[in-house]
Design a binder for this molecule. Structure first.
Ligand SMILES: *Cc1c(COP(=O)(O)O)cnc(C)c1O
Length: 456
């Protein structure tokens, strides 16, 4: 069928009414989170001081396939969803490829990324529980912005611990969050015990995500009426992000299109987990076959060079342990890494799927990622986020392979967001000062040595 429009829009009525929980169809479920004190699987009672009750239920539920999306969340989604599924005719032409390329564009909201899909869900359940507010960390700032927007909509207080180096380098992101009423603190800070301890030990540190997580958790658990929320990695976040894949599938089914390859960038794994969910469901049930490719930076290669072991999710070691592909909680990507996706671990759902051979992974160097970003911007018009551009790079590689082989491969990739706040990184690329540091085997071993030794 060739009369496919440039953009396939769904109507609001066609938007999914339930999120899909991929764990319900996995034969090997991801390993449970462990309580760091007892090394036993966490219980709801362990998690409820940190997370909202309903989100704890979603986190621990490996059986319920569908969770209804509450009407109030659907109403919020209506402000920026359904998001368009775009046929990349212009990019195909530029590449001269017989491949058919589609992308699901999640950057069409002020936060500039898919993170808003889970932010509104998490804020909604906090509100339902009668809480006053939520705390979180943010690195590059997309998650903090998304959560600020959701909290403003629902009238919740929002405290964001922003990695100090980003706080200083991305003042505009910070101001967007403050516009939505969030309280933004550079991390590490002296407002928490864990922050003070880190500052005492490393007074010159510019912070890390793992450290900001520890501070945000402490800020929530030591305050009446607050809980902590996290924008990636967790099962509940993948659940909410399934809206990306469900919408994509509805749109493609409408035109009888079946992708051969589905590609997404992978930081903590939430957009990729959400994008592939309904397709992976068919693969797990033997109803259809697809190739799935996770793309990560060569400078932070958790799937391609990490180990599948239990590790802490944060540097302060206050969070539960998760079994995941990890580089070790002490791994910090080289400071010249500008392309995002710098988390040391990976969603345990995706880790398990990868370990079971159901998904592939590839790592790419950042200058190649920015070359792909620029080619995409010039042909498709959208200025992509560096994170999203990892997926673009591999989509282009696969389209060029299809050209060599003379195949009409159908490719779907996730375009997670826009890059307006990343112009410093684009400047480095344009000025030729961007480098590709790839960690040595010693660097990787050093990071892995920071993971605990747990025999499970
Ligand atoms: C946060 C972010 C990512 C990576 O997070 P995942 O949880 O791996 O999806 C990718 N793209 C953009 C634009 C982001 O903001």
């Amino acid at each position: 069928m060739e009369n496919i429009p440039y953009k396939i829009y769904l109507t609001e009525e066609e938007m999914p009414r339930a999120w899909y929980n991929l764990r319900a169809d996995m034969k090997n479920n991801p390993a449970p989170l462990l309580n760091p004190a007892t090394l036993q699987p966490v219980t709801a009672a362990d998690l409820e001081p940190v997370f909202c009750r309903e989100l704890v239920k979603q986190e621990l539920d490996n059986d319920t396939p569908y969770f209804e999306i509450p009407e109030e969340i659907r109403n919020f989604y209506r402000m920026y969803r359904p998001s368009p599924l775009v046929r990349a005719y212009c990019l195909e032409k530029e590449l001269g490829t017989p491949a058919k390329i589609y992308y699901k564009f999640e950057g069409n909201n002020t936060s500039g990324s898919h993170k808003l899909n889970s932010a509104i869900a998490q804020a909604y359940y906090a509100k339902q529980q009668g809480l006053k507010g939520v705390t979180t960390e943010t690195g590059a700032g997309q998650w903090g912005t998304a959560l600020s927007m959701a909290c403003a909509y629902l009238g919740l207080d929002c405290k964001v611990y922003m990695v100090k180096v980003s706080y200083e380098q991305k003042p505009h992101r910070r101001e967007v969050m403050r516009t939505y009423g969030a309280n933004v603190t550079p991390s590490p800070s002296n407002t928490t015990a864990v922050g003070r301890k880190i500052l005492e030990e490393f007074p010159e540190t510019t912070g890390s995500l793992g450290c900001a997580i520890s501070e945000a958790v402490e800020a929530a658990t030591t305050r009446e009426g607050y809980r902590y929320v996290l924008g990636s990695v967790l099962n509940q976040v993948l659940l909410h992000q399934s809206v990306i894949g469900l919408e994509s599938k509805i749109a493609l089914d409408k035109y009888g299109v079946k992708p051969d390859i589905i590609i997404g960038c992978a930081g903590g794994g939430s957009n990729l987990g959400g994008l592939i969910a309904p397709f992976m469901r068919e693969k797990l049930r033997g109803e259809a076959d697809y190739r799935f490719i996770a793309v990560e930076p060569a400078s932070c290669p958790s799937l391609t060079r990490g180990k599948y072991i239990y590790d802490f999710c944060d540097t302060g070691k206050v969070c539960p342990l998760a079994k995941m592909y990890t580089l070790g909680n002490g791994f910090i990507p080289s400071p010249n890494h500008a392309g995002g996706l710098r988390y040391h671990g990976m969603s345990s759902v995706l880790s398990q799927l990868y370990d079971d051979g159901l998904m592939e992974a590839r790592s790419v160097e950042q200058t190649k990622v920015f070359e792909a970003a620029e080619l995409f911007a010039r042909s498709e018009g959208i200025l992509p986020a560096p994170e999203s551009s990892h997926a673009i790079k591999v989509a282009i590689d696969e389209a060029m392979k299809a050209k060599e082989e003379g195949k009409e491969t159908t490719i779907l990739f996730g375009l997670t967001g826009t890059g307006y706040f990343d112009m410093k990184a684009y400047a480095q690329f344009h000025d030729g000062t961007m480098t590709d540091y790839i960690p040595t085997d010693e660097d990787i071993a050093g990071g892995l040595a920071t993971a605990p030794q747990i025999d499970k």
